[in-house]
Ligand binder design. Structure first.
Ligand code: MN
Length: 222
């Protein structure tokens, strides 16, 4: 079994003018494909050969981890963006307000953390082990999976994600990137977290109160 490069969820020019087709051609076709190829060469004939990509990420370290996590992070990143963005649903909005005070405060914190991450890495919105949403700066290939957190949203801040379109201006890329967020995908990850629980709904889990409504709203919006 080998890891495959998932197809892009939209055409390579679909995010223009925010993300150009040229950026996607390099970022998806060269960088993402490169991580997948390297990973497959590394795991051939090893104990990782029969595992799914998230299992490899959770159980590996070193070079295998770096390539596996980058392969997974990129697939997730493509899904975080959409050519047809709509604002977060009312329940999604309510969850953001619960954890960040307001949508504007969330946006400000996310963009500021993404812009100040030193060097290469990813800015994440993730659900921690207490079911709170947190924003994290993760360097290089680091990913919520390695911390047993549920990934909800990410932005790639490696230079290869924006250099063709924005040169050295990461903050300008981030402002525009924010407009492409697929909030249905963010909500679907929270719903997936709930469905993956072995014991549905922890006692007194506040998050559980959000799930049904979140799912209902997402179905209407797809
Ligand atoms: Mn990248």
């Amino acid at each position: 079994m080998s890891v495959t490069l998932a197809p892009l969820p939209y055409a390579e020019d679909a995010l223009e003018p925010i993300i150009s087709a040229e950026t996607i051609r390099y970022h998806y076709g060269k960088h993402h494909q490169g991580y997948v190829n390297k990973l497959n060469a590394l795991i051939e004939g090893s104990e990782f050969d029969e595992m799914t990509l998230p299992e490899i990420v959770a159980q590996s370290d070193g070079t295998i981890f770096n390539n596996a996590a980058q392969a997974w992070n990129h697939e997730f990143y493509w899904n975080c963006m959409t050519p047809d963005p709509i604002p977060p649903s009312s329940k999604m909005q309510a969850l953001i307000e619960r954890d960040f005070g307001s949508f504007d405060a969330f946006k400000e914190t996310f963009l500021s953390k993404a812009s100040t991450l030193f060097g290469s890495g990813w800015c994440w919105l993730e659900l921690d082990t207490t079911e709170q949403m947190i924003i994290t700066q993760r360097s290089n290939a680091d990913t919520p999976i390695a911390h047993r957190h549920k990934a909800l949203l990410c932005c790639d801040v490696w230079e290869h994600a924006y250099y063709i379109d924005y040169r050295n201006e990461r903050a300008r890329y981030l402002e525009r990137w924010f407009e492409t967020i697929d909030w249905r995908f963010v909500a679907s990850n929270i719903i997936e977290y709930y469905h993956d629980l072995t014991e549905p709904c922890k006692e007194n889990s506040e998050l559980c109160d959000y799930i049904d409504k979140l799912q209902e709203e997402n179905e209407v919006r797809t």
